[in-house]
Design a protein around this ligand. Structure first.
Ligand SMILES: [Fe+2]
Length: 200
């Protein structure tokens, strides 16, 4: 079997016992109901369990994708600690992602960063505690195509991405521009390359 460079063989095909899927994320918070409402809104999630201490939320067949646990008196996050940077959720299509951006905008939830990474086109949001949540689409259909893009693009010069204007993208989408054009990461001048991921 030929193995594509940069695409690891799944653990099960290497005869390893490994998880079958990623299960859930748990947040501890002192703003539980605000957090619950935010994740319900953003992810179109519904509670599978809800009490003053703990809420489970799901948007698919998993029992819970998000758990939110009340812990009174927690300090707020700050940008100086080493921690998980963000979690990401993938939509089925650019149309679904743009519709979600517009739906959230109408509820007053706005992204702080709109970026075409190359393999992903992404909107980044902050939840009420400042945790970063990426809503994205896959630009490519296969991991082989993603690896080829990393190998053949200007990724070494710009490992972060190229910012885009969401309203401009929506206008082009509505005008019927080809998906490949809408999602292609443009080349930008070195001076415009983001220096790092946004900090909290
Ligand atoms: Fe990400």
């Amino acid at each position: 079997m030929h193995q594509h460079e940069g695409v690891p063989v799944p653990a099960a095909r290497r005869d390893k016992v490994a998880p079958v899927r990623f299960a859930h994320i748990v947040f501890r918070t002192s703003r539980k109901e605000e957090m619950v409402q935010w994740y319900r809104t953003v992810l179109e999630a519904e509670p599978s369990l809800h009490n003053p201490f703990l809420t489970f939320l799901t948007f698919d067949d998993e029992h819970h994708r998000i758990a939110i646990v009340e812990m009174p008196g927690l300090k707020d996050k700050d940008a100086t600690i080493a921690t998980m940077d963000h979690c990401a959720f993938t939509y089925a299509s650019l149309g679904d992602l743009l519709a979600t951006y517009q739906r959230l905008r109408e509820t007053g939830i706005h992204p702080y960063w709109c970026i075409n990474h190359g393999p992903n086109l992404s909107f980044y949001y902050r939840d009420p505690d400042g945790n970063q949540v990426e809503l994205e689409i896959d630009v490519f259909e296969t991991s082989e195509q993603v690896s080829d893009w990393y190998a053949g693009s200007d990724f070494p010069d710009n490992p972060i991405g190229v910012k885009f204007d969401p309203d401009d993208l929506i206008a082009r989408f509505q005008a019927g521009e080809a998906l490949e054009e809408l999602t292609r990461r443009p080349k930008i001048a070195p001076a415009d390359v983001p220096a790092q991921l946004p900090r909290d």
